[in-house]
Design a binder for this molecule. Structure first.
Ligand code: SAH
Length: 215
């Protein structure tokens, strides 16, 4: 039997997001619309809205729904921005960000995942303002820099300075930083040349690899 994914999705928004304090109506609406079941492998669709990360192959995961919502909320998008995402995975967060911003450029290191994300985004009609680039995103994506909002969806030992340099002023960067197995989700803001960093929560992401990631 095929479950009523829309009902399950709304229950996820209510229980996992609203109750835990996600307040942005735009983020809640986006999470209520993007079909997460289309971004997980066919045999795990029944678990697409579970309160945990979901495997997507290649030993990678997409984040727990709450984490995707929190990161999107922390970016404080208004709808006019071009957002850089590092770590596309299967494209779920990119689809959410695409509803909140004018345009998303998302960079994925693993070619098979970049291709899968393009397919998922196209099939769900979410590919129009999302560009998937297959490259080392620990170096950001220079051709379209600077970005007013950057979301890094893999954990780094430190904020990669190349990525940081591609943040506009004003701009906001959300990134998990720390050890391999546990990190803090940092929000770095740049305004009038002033840099501020705060920790939003503790978290656990797959490692950022590449030039400025883990070796
Ligand atoms: N944005 C996703 C989560 C992605 S998981 C979501 O929808 O929840 C993290 C991804 O980062 C993995 O697909 C991994 O392959 C990718 N990654 C790791 N290091 C990277 C790098 N240096 N550049 C680009 N992508 C990288």
């Amino acid at each position: 039997m095929i479950p009523d994914f829309e009902a399950v999705r709304h229950e996820m928004v209510e229980r996992q997001l609203l109750r835990r304090g996600i307040r942005s109506q735009r983020v809640l609406d986006a999470m209520a619309q993007i079909p997460r079941e289309e971004f997980v492998p066919p045999d795990s669709r029944l678990l697409a809205y579970a309160d945990e990360p979901a495997g997507i192959g290649y030993r990678q995961t997409i984040s727990q729904p709450y984490m995707t919502a929190l990161m999107a909320e922390l970016l404080e998008l208004e709808g006019r921005e071009t957002v850089l995402e590092v770590g596309t995975g299967s494209g779920y967060a990119a689809a959410v960000l695409g509803m909140l911003a004018r345009r998303v450029i998302t960079v994925e290191l693993i070619p098979g995942l970049a291709a899968l994300a393009r397919e998922n985004l196209a099939r769900t009609g979410r590919g129009l303002n999302v560009t998937v680039i297959c490259a080392d995103g620990s170096l950001g994506y220079p051709p379209e820099a600077p970005y007013p909002a950057i979301s890094v969806a893999a954990a780094a030992p430190e904020v990669p300075h190349t990525v940081f340099d591609q943040l506009d002023d004003p701009g906001r960067l959300v990134i998990p930083v720390g050890e391999r197995d546990d990190q803090e989700l940092r929000v770095v803001t740049k305004r009038d040349g002033q840099i501020e960093t705060r920790v939003a929560t503790l978290c656990r992401f797959v490692p950022l690899r590449g030039g400025e990631g883990w070796r």
